[in-house]
Design a protein around this ligand. Structure first.
Ligand code: PMP
Length: 948
């Protein structure tokens, strides 16, 4: 303080900031809270030249990258605030650095892919800027310079500082160093920051700050250029949800700015491992010699996590993954056409098995049966095949223990065969046979042929080409894997996200078996095809959605076998791929499917079952194909029955896309122009939302009073109203119940004026609310017309309008009613079965118990997470509303979108709803169980805790 006052006339106050080896303080002007800068007292171990180097590098980066904020020496009144000063602790260098406002990524917060990409981009830009720079201060020896990683680990680790997992570190260091050392001569060197980590990248304050500021030039030196990226990447690995492959966007971004050479791609992950090892041993060392340094002590766990993640996969698997995303595949492991055949399967009948997501083997939940694949193979043999083959690089869903949303291992790294007869396996060339406990291996050139499930055919170890090496038993599975000799055991199945990496260290054994090589699945172009042929306004969920091709109960499965928890699907009310529905539809398709003007049983049976769920006044059914059609027809029924044309609708509602249903749809989330483009026959009343509407809490009673007044005024002004339409429970706002007595008052006013009350039950009806089968029961009213769709067909297109005979009869003035496939035999059989399932599987009761449990868990999250403004809803129609401020209720729209994206990464399908798109709409299939809703609550808690 006194030095700054004396030399720079600055009266400042300080707050200590952490540092590994210097002393940093946040400086504010005396009596002010505004930060003035960061005072750095450099460790006297650093020379003048080294400090000049740091300043020069900061200047260069600032010059080259004007959009990046760089912490340079502050200039106040034209004077640079720095210098060397004699102190009681010797001659020290002090400088005041620019204060870069914002937050670093310090801590274990989640890093969104866009943040990871940005970190890689910044590393690339720094590397590019400094490539041509040189400075005499760069001739320094730094512990953090990865060129010295081996020495750091050996010397500090050997000092026996009880490093956690010392052996693991030593082994991983050996392996990584071996690769780096062999490439050292090919790795270009240059000046670099070499500490562009989460701690030193600053972003504007916010939930998920995108960094645009760089601080801390303490590790600037001359080293391998690729170390810049390795250091940045390693700092990501301790963050929540980050795993090795999460760093890929950073690698791509770096490469796009500063292209990586082949040697650099190969050295990258080994350097990440070495960085992990050095920070673990250095941190432990520092913790011993600097016992009171809290900054160091606090990082020990995250340091270890970095190392652990880096060492969690074989180095060449990660390198293979990098090559894959950079579209620079390595040469194949070996050319199998160079060798003799070990068997000749191609000359006989071969059946290629499909165990992937869309395979019939997996129908009716068959994918949960561990024996399904085996059975399919043996069935093929029984049907006359000589062999059944499960190819290399194919998807195996069958037998996966996947009823929770995870990314299971589904990609084969080997070929499996079942032979109808016993067969001999011949050596493809001269090589060595090794008989292990669980397999026979044949080592030749740089590869290993591994046969699991075969028995030995020889006791010799060195054999020549064509000699018998193993025997396959008849009708028994044998796995054949061809791996690089340098690789240790490779799992039979790997997860799709890492498959390109694993597949780079194995080869397809097909040609050795006399079979054609399996064609690697091409990158899916489904979205591009969709974009070319489907109207773009016919939107899809998510920017890059998974390709979902199978469902089961409340789960969805994509083509790679990844499982998601479907928390939004009220269309699929009784669960995905319900076997009873599949069977009923299939049987009816074999019997009859036709237009609904014929006389067949299914239409009558379904209509009878439907009216049995409703009050007795509602005894007459119209069948259509969708909710929009149902709304359209309901409006026309009201108009025909009253001989009027004006309709009152509620704001913030959605009722469909057809001309009339769109006219009464007022939600600006679905159509931003909704309110300005209402035709003159549509009148609106306020959204009766007691949480965020005009009237809240007790005041919410006024919605009814005002709506009644409006309806009466319309009548008084000579605009007699045909009807009032709204949902019966505010689904579009996220499941907000209307204030007590609201519908009773409004229906009363409408009827007093001679109009009809229409209840849209498309979303909330059919047992979803748990405590009531129909939403209007919650309000204690009976509408004149009810519309329902979506859930009644479990995804099959069918909708219904239910009213009284009297109202229905009045439609004769419009001619007759006919919808070709509305109520077709197949639709009605499906709809009947849905009702049977809801009753027999007690799904309404399930909605009540599981929904109530979930609501309690979500409310408990609301106590801990400020962002949750309210939890709305009943049964399995729930809404979690996110607000920036619990007083103003400012909607947290961007956060809601980001939370949904993060939930997808965690295996949960979730979407926003409401006019501000700030409510999670929770409406899973009614068969969802407690384990699944608990998973959802846990994942939401995790996202709200760690970030999005
Ligand atoms: N009414 C409500 C309340 C709805 O939510 C929807 C669809 N989201 C519809 C009607 C229209 O149904 P469909 O999409 O089947 O035409």
């Amino acid at each position: 303080r006194s030095l700054l006052l004396e030399h720079f006339n600055l009266d400042v106050e300080f707050r200590t900031l952490g540092s590994q080896q210097d002393q940093n303080f946040l400086a504010t002007s005396h009596g002010s809270l505004e930060p003035l800068g960061v005072l750095k007292i450099s460790n006297p171990a650093f020379s003048r030249l080294e400090l000049e180097l740091q300043e020069a590098v900061a200047e260069r980066l600032a010059e080259d990258n004007p959009d990046v904020r760089v912490a340079r020496v502050a200039t106040l009144d034209g004077q640079r605030v720095e210098g060397w000063f004699d102190t009681t602790q010797g001659c020290l260098h002090l400088c005041l650095l620019d204060y870069i406002e914002g937050v670093t990524l310090t801590g274990g917060c989640y890093l969104a892919p866009s943040v990871i990409e940005r970190m890689g981009e910044l590393a690339g830009r720094v590397s590019r800027s400094l490539a041509s720079m040189s400075h005499p201060g760069a001739a320094r020896t730094l512990q953090w310079d990865l060129r010295h990683a081996r020495r750091v680990v050996d010397e500090i680790g050997a000092a026996n500082l009880s490093p956690r997992g010392g052996d693991t570190i030593a082994r991983a260091t050996d392996e990584a160093w071996q690769i780096v050392e062999s490439l050292a001569a090919q790795l270009p060197r240059q000046l670099g920051h070499f500490d562009l980590t989460d701690d030193n990248l600053v972003g504007a304050c916010g939930d998920s700050p995108t960094p645009d500021g760089i601080i801390d030039f303490g590790d600037v030196t001359d080293s391998w250029a690729i170390a810049e990226l390795a250091v940045t990447i390693s700092s990501m690995l301790h963050h929540d949800g980050v795993e090795p492959r999460s760093v890929l966007p950073a690698v791509k971004a770096f490469d796009a700015i500063r292209p990586l050479s082949d040697a650099e791609v190969t050295a990258l992950w080994p350097l990440v491992v070495l960085r992990g090892a050095t920070i673990v041993v250095s941190g432990q060392h520092q913790a011993v010699i600097d016992v009171n340094n809290e900054y160091v002590a606090a990082s020990l766990d995250s340091d270890w996590r970095i190392f652990e993640q880096a060492a969690s996969l074989p180095l060449d698997v990660m390198t293979g993954l990098f090559r894959h995303v950079l579209e620079r595949p390595a040469a194949p492991l070996c050319d199998t056409s160079d060798y003799g055949r070990i068997m000749d399967l191609g000359s006989e009948k071969v059946v290629t098995l499909d165990a992937g997501t869309t395979s019939e083997v997996n129908d009716n939940g068959g994918w949960r049966d561990v024996n399904a694949l085996e059975r399919a193979a043996l069935d093929s043999l029984d049907a006359g095949a000589a062999t059944a083959v499960l190819p290399f690089n194919s998807i195996v869903l069958t037998g996966s223990p996947i009823l929770s949303p995870t990314e299971p291992r589904t990609v084969t790294t080997e070929t499996s065969i079942w032979s109808s007869t016993e067969r001999t396996v011949l050596a493809p060339t001269a090589g060595e046979v090794r008989t292990l406990e669980d397999a026979i291996e044949f080592w030749f050139d740089d590869v290993v042929l591994r046969l699991s499930g075969a028995r030995p055919a020889t006791t010799e170890s060195e054999v020549g080409e064509g000699r018998a090496i193993a025997v396959l038993r008849a009708r028994s599975r044998v796995r054949i894997q061809l791996r690089a000799a340098r690789s240790s055991a490779i799992p039979s199945l790997v997860s799709a996200g890492y498959a390109p990496g694993w597949l780079s260290v194995v080869a397809d054994p097909a040609r050795l078996l006399g079979l054609p090589e399996s064609v690697a699945p091409r990158r899916s172009d489904l979205l591009e095809r969709r974009g070319r042929v489907l109207a773009r306004v016919q939107d899809h969920y998510y920017e890059t959605p998974p390709q979902i091709e199978r469902g089961w109960r409340e789960h969805l499965i994509d083509v790679s076998g990844r499982v998601y928890l479907d928390m939004v699907n009220n269309v699929t009310s009784v669960g995905h791929a319900h076997p009873r529905i599949a069977a009923a539809a299939s049987r009816q398709l074999r019997l009859l499917n036709t237009n609904s003007r014929f006389n067949y049983e299914a239409i009558t049976t379904f209509a009878e079952k439907l009216v049995a769920t409703l009050p007795k006044e509602l005894d007459t059914v119209f069948l259509v194909n969708s909710g929009s059609e149902a709304t359209d027809l309901a409006i026309r029924l009201a108009m025909a029955a009253t001989d009027r044309r004006d309709i009152v609708a509620m704001c913030e509602s959605y009722h469909g896309w057809t001309y009339a249903s769109d006219a009464v749809s007022t939600s600006i989330a679905d159509n931003p122009n909704a309110l300005d483009t209402r035709p003159d026959w549509v009148h609106t009343v306020d959204a009766a939302n007691s949480y965020r509407g005009r009237y809240r809490g007790e005041d919410a009673r006024r919605y009814a009073t005002e709506a009644v007044e409006q309806i009466e005024m319309l009548g008084a002004a000579g605009t007699a109203v045909a009807g009032f339409i709204s949902e019966s429970f505010f689904g579009n706002a996220g499941g907000v119940p209307f204030p007590d007595g609201y519908l009773a008052a409004v229906y009363g006013a409408i009827r007093a004026g001679g109009g009809l009350a229409i209840a849209d039950e498309v979303q909330v009806g059919y047992g979803r609310l748990g405590h009531w089968f129909w939403g209007f029961e919650q309000q204690g009213v009976t509408p004149d017309i009810v519309t329902v769709a979506k859930s009644i067909g479990n995804g099959h297109p069918i909708g219904a309008v239910i009213t009284s005979q009297a109202v229905a009869e009045r439609f004769r003035s419009q001619g007759y009613f006919f919808s070709s496939t509305g109520g077709s035999p197949v639709s009605c059989v499906i709809a009947s079965t849905v009702l049977d399932i809801i009753r027999e599987e007690r799904l309404q009761a399930n909605a009540a118990t599981v929904g109530t449990h979930l609501k309690q868990r979500l409310e408990a999250l609301g106590v801990r997470h400020e962002l949750i403004g309210a939890v709305h809803g009943s049964g399995l129609y729930l809404g979690v509303e996110f607000v920036q401020d619990r007083e103003t209720l400012e909607p947290a729209t961007a956060q809601t979108a980001a939370i949904c994206s993060r939930l997808l990464e965690l295996g949960v399908i979730m979407q926003p709803t409401g006019d501000h798109k700030n409510v999670l709409k929770i409406k899973p299939p009614l068969c969802i169980d407690q384990t699944s809703v608990d998973y959802f609550a846990e994942m939401l808690d995790r996202v709200l805790t760690e970030g999005w």
